[in-house]
Write a protein that binds this ligand. Structure first.
Ligand SMILES: [Zn+2]
Length: 554
């Protein structure tokens, strides 16, 4: 299902054009896959006493697992050390010593890779994933530094004896120096996304990026800020700008700093900077603060915020809303999309209310999360250096604040039918000059963008479902632990991937998207058809898994 790698790489390479019109330096292409350890194929055996073939009498267990698209099996003795077991799976995954391995059971829960790993059968195989480590920790710089210090030591000894540095040492030193510079530029280029298209890319979608141990959250954010500011001085190509206006945009190809640049492009290309006298540095501060206020959780994270905003941006262009709504309403919609899940804790309203959290207490059980997201948004805007609304009139500010509150509160799914029904009633006589009509349309647009993953190409959409289920399962696990009522559609014992989606598409997505398509028939091909295809895809999957269960039982 993954898009052809070649094409994607080309698109990435052409992201940033420097001011002079030349491509930003992109000659150096060292894919991390070249650093992978290569192993011979075949069954893999391991025991504490060395390699013991099966049937030799020692108690061993067999683990079936899928890695890099291959079904493999590993067999190891109960007396193996945890490190040996990890090494075994590392070899199977052809992972380097600095890669992080993650193992998931068929329900999507993460398993500890240890000798206690539960044996499984071929049809309940686990999924082994390799998560890329950062280039800095690949180990080469350490070797290089050792070599450099040995050379320095040698040089000082030779100088003691001969009185001057021989040419050969000078030459070696300059070679080490040039290799170090090359490595640095490789690391520098990595954030432009030149290395995305290795096997690890697909995997990194499923779980949040592992935190680099040496970097604190604060340092990591500052690094993103530096990259964002550096990159925003480069020009984003016309090709990317156009692509950004379509629902087929693939969010998985972009890093946080790059997404910030693209958000800046959206504000710029909708002329918000001129219309509302927003200074570029204030917009950048605002976007960066928004980024900092999204949590590292499986689904409701900054990437989700980016996707929702990008879909909103795409819808604005596809439906030519610029000619139908005022600039200020467009600003409300885009900014609401951007802020609609700020500081989401990964547990939904039902949980907040049942667990009587601080948020539920503060907002009296009324849309606690959405109220919080909105309050955080205006908290950010209250800082002068982040206030993109600093130069609007009092009247305009009141309108924007009121609009954003309505749009963000409308994303509470508990109010879904209420809002959709209002829109349905207006539909036959919809009037773009009617204030109430416009207000409902704006809410519908934010809602559509918020739950629009299935309108994207399957390769982009499907990993999001894994992220969502991961967050749901975390919640239901906590609910079970705390003895709270367990939300049925989040229960890992009750929900399967296809069943969760078919019902959601049938009863929530299709009715909502169909209604919006009545107003904008051009959206049929862009969002309705992909959603219908997704329903077919998950229905097939559901049928297949039922048949499979039937066969197993028989
Ligand atoms: Zn959302």
């Amino acid at each position: 299902m993954a898009p052809p790698a070649g094409r994607a790489v080309q698109r990435r390479l052409r992201l940033l054009q420097d001011a002079a019109g030349g491509w930003a330096s992109c000659q150096l292409q060292v894919a991390p896959s070249q650093m992978k350890v290569s192993v011979s194929r075949g069954p893999i055996f391991l025991s504490g006493a060395g390699h013991v073939p099966p049937g030799s009498g020692m108690t061993t267990k067999i683990i079936h697992f899928m890695v890099n698209g291959r079904l493999e099996q590993a067999e190891f003795g109960a007396d193996c050390s945890a490190a040996d077991v990890k090494d075994l799976f590392r070899a199977a995954a052809e992972a380097g010593p600095h890669h992080i391995l993650k193992m998931y059971n068929p329900n999507g829960s993460m398993l500890n890779i240890s000798p206690q790993l539960e044996a499984n059968s071929e049809d309940s195989y686990y999924r082994l994933e390799v998560v890329a480590s950062d280039l800095k920790s690949v180990g080469m710089p350490t070797e290089l530094n050792n070599m450099e210090s040995r050379l320095n030591h040698l040089e000082s000894k030779v100088i003691e004896d001969v009185g001057k540095t021989p040419d050969i040492i000078c030459e070696l030193k300059s070679q080490v120096e040039s290799f170090k510079r090359k490595l640095e530029s490789v690391e520098h280029l990595s954030w432009m996304g030149l290395f995305k298209e290795d096997g690890d890319q697909q995997l990194s979608k499923l779980s949040p990026k592992p935190k680099t141990a040496q970097l604190s959250v604060q340092e990591e954010r500052q690094q993103v800020r530096r990259k964002f500011l550096n990159m925003s001085s480069l020009q984003v190509t016309e090709e990317v700008r156009e692509h950004l206006k379509t629902p087929i945009f693939d969010n998985w190809q972009w890093e946080e700093a790059e997404m910030l640049v693209l958000l800046q492009v959206m504000f710029t290309d909708l002329d918000f900077l001129t219309a509302f006298h927003i200074k570029v540095d204030v917009l950048q501060n605002f976007l960066f603060e928004v980024y900092c206020h999204y949590n590292s959780i499986p689904f409701h994270n900054f990437r989700h915020c980016f996707c929702v905003t990008q879909m909103m941006y795409g819808l604005i262009w596809l439906t030519d809303l610029r000619s139908k709504l005022s600039r200020i309403d467009l600003l409300i919609m885009l900014t609401s999309a951007l802020c609609h899940d700020l500081d989401h804790p990964g547990y939904n309203n039902v949980y907040q209310i049942n667990a009587q959290t601080d948020l539920a207490l503060r907002y009296n059980d009324i849309s606690p999360l959405e109220n919080h997201h909105c309050a955080v948004a205006f908290g950010i805007l209250s800082k002068p250096e982040c206030n993109i609304l600093k130069n609007v009139t009092c009247e305009q500010y009141k309108h924007i604040r009121g609009g954003m509150i309505k749009c963000i509160l409308a994303t509470d799914m508990a109010r879904h039918n209420e809002i959709l029904n209002k829109f349905k009633i207006m539909q036959p006589v919809f009037d773009f000059t009617n204030k109430d009509h416009k207000e409902v349309l704006m809410k519908i647009m934010v809602k559509v963008s918020d739950i629009s993953n299935e309108a994207r190409p399957m390769a982009v959409a499907e990993p999001w479902l894994d992220c969502l289920l991961q967050e749901f399962f975390n919640q239901s696990d906590t609910e079970k632990l705390k003895g709270l009522p367990v939300t049925p559609f989040m229960d890992r014992d009750k929900v399967s991937k296809p069943s969760s989606q078919t019902n959601f598409i049938r009863f929530v997505l299709l009715p909502l998207f169909t209604e919006l398509t009545k107003l904008f028939p051009c959206l049929e091909q862009h969002i309705l058809e992909p959603v219908r295809r997704a329903l077919e895809y998950y229905s097939d999957m559901e049928r297949a898994s039922k048949e499979e269960q039937g066969t197993t039982k028989a």
